[in-house]
Design a protein around this ligand. Structure first.
Ligand code: SF4
Length: 345
């Protein structure tokens, strides 16, 4: 599949603002970054070659929900859809990483629940030094020991979720969580880890976010990467009232673009930035999601699937999912005021 100039520029920006400053901050980082770059480029080339011979896409990226378990109980958590805790078996995770690797896939977003509760996770990821892992975590399990391990693994990038300032974060995540997150940022910064933050934008916090004093002196928390993700009503207790209205979305987008122009940190806005990536990249066009039960899905926010990686090879799952998606109208096309809709053709 042809790579669009938009996507190329987008990826280049992330590299320049997020990775390069970290790599240039010490000879050791430079050496680690160069090694990682060489390995990932090799896989990327292989994947591109493979795509040329297939009539369905093999995405570079996977979103893996490793567990539905979490040590927090945030309001409107999308991961809390199961009646009991689900954990992707270790054998299944290793199988996915190996099979995906053999298809040239190199970018994995690990989420939960809380992925840091997954047993031996960092050790498992250490065996895949030719892949890049974004670890979406609530930050409460980041310790000096974890930071030491991360400092040896430049391919694992923790991204800590919060809601902006103390008030909004503690309101949604629980009293005291904001300070625990700030402590995690301090530990990561002290150990010179490349890390990011992620903020869910809702109708409740979007005005607060636009006031600089809400972030306080700490913003952008020493992070090189920051994501602003619009709330999407899903999970067990979805609240459509928390979604931005079209007018709020336009105003937030404008503010975000001016913030990005000024920032040294690389900032991403979803789904707003999908326009730079030529629309949503779900359903294997850019990424797919695998849930804690091993089912492969178009997106973490479209929890409908028939194919399980425990029952058939990953490549077969990808092909079947792609064919299904071409035959069905998009599941969200009937929902009103859904942020993803704005970026669909
Ligand atoms: S930290 Fe994440 S997974 Fe855990 S309860 Fe909060 S939103 Fe859900």
């Amino acid at each position: 599949m042809r790579k669009s100039p938009n996507r190329f520029k987008y990826n280049l920006r992330i590299f320049r603002r997020a990775f390069l400053p970290w790599a240039l901050s010490s000879p050791r980082h430079l050496w680690m970054a160069w090694n990682l770059f060489r390995k990932v480029r090799k896989k990327y080339k292989f994947n591109t070659q493979l795509q040329g011979n297939l009539d369905y896409p093999i995405p570079h990226s996977f979103v893996l929900s490793l567990t539905s378990d979490c040590n927090l109980t945030c309001d409107h958590c999308y991961a809390r859809v199961y009646n009991e805790i689900k954990v992707l078996p270790k054998q299944a995770l290793e199988g996915i990483l190996e099979q995906a690797s053999s298809l040239g896939c190199f970018f994995f977003v690990l989420t939960g629940g809380e992925p840091m509760l997954y047993p031996d996770l960092l050790d498992i990821l250490d065996n895949h030094s030719d892949s890049l892992f974004i670890l979406i975590t609530n930050g409460t399990k980041v310790s000096e020991d974890v930071a030491k391990k991360l400092s040896r693994s430049p391919n694992i990038i923790p991204v800590i979720s919060l809601e902006g300032g103390l008030e909004d974060t503690d309101k949604r995540r629980g009293v005291g969580v904001y300070n625990r997150i700030m402590n995690a940022f301090d530990i990561l910064q002290k150990n010179r880890i490349l890390y990011g933050f992620s903020i869910t934008v809702t109708s409740e916090n979007f005005e607060q976010l636009q006031r600089e004093e809400v972030f306080g002196e700490k913003y952008p928390y020493g992070a090189r990467l920051g994501c602003f993700i619009e709330y999407i009503p899903t999970g067990r207790s979805p609240d459509p009232g928390l979604s931005l209205s079209p007018a709020q979305r336009r105003s937030f987008r404008q503010w975000f673009l001016s913030l990005r122009e000024k920032a040294n940190t690389y900032l991403i806005h979803f789904p707003g930035d999908e326009e730079l990536m030529d629309n949503c990249r779900e359903a294997g066009k850019g990424f797919i999601h695998i849930n804690p039960e091993g089912y492969i899905e178009s997106c973490a926010l479209i929890p409908h699937s028939k194919y399980n990686v425990a029952e058939m090879p990953l490549e077969v799952c990808l092909k079947k999912l792609y064919i299904d998606n071409r035959q069905c109208a998009h599941l969200y096309e009937t929902l009103e005021n859904h942020p993803c809709m704005n970026n669909r053709q």
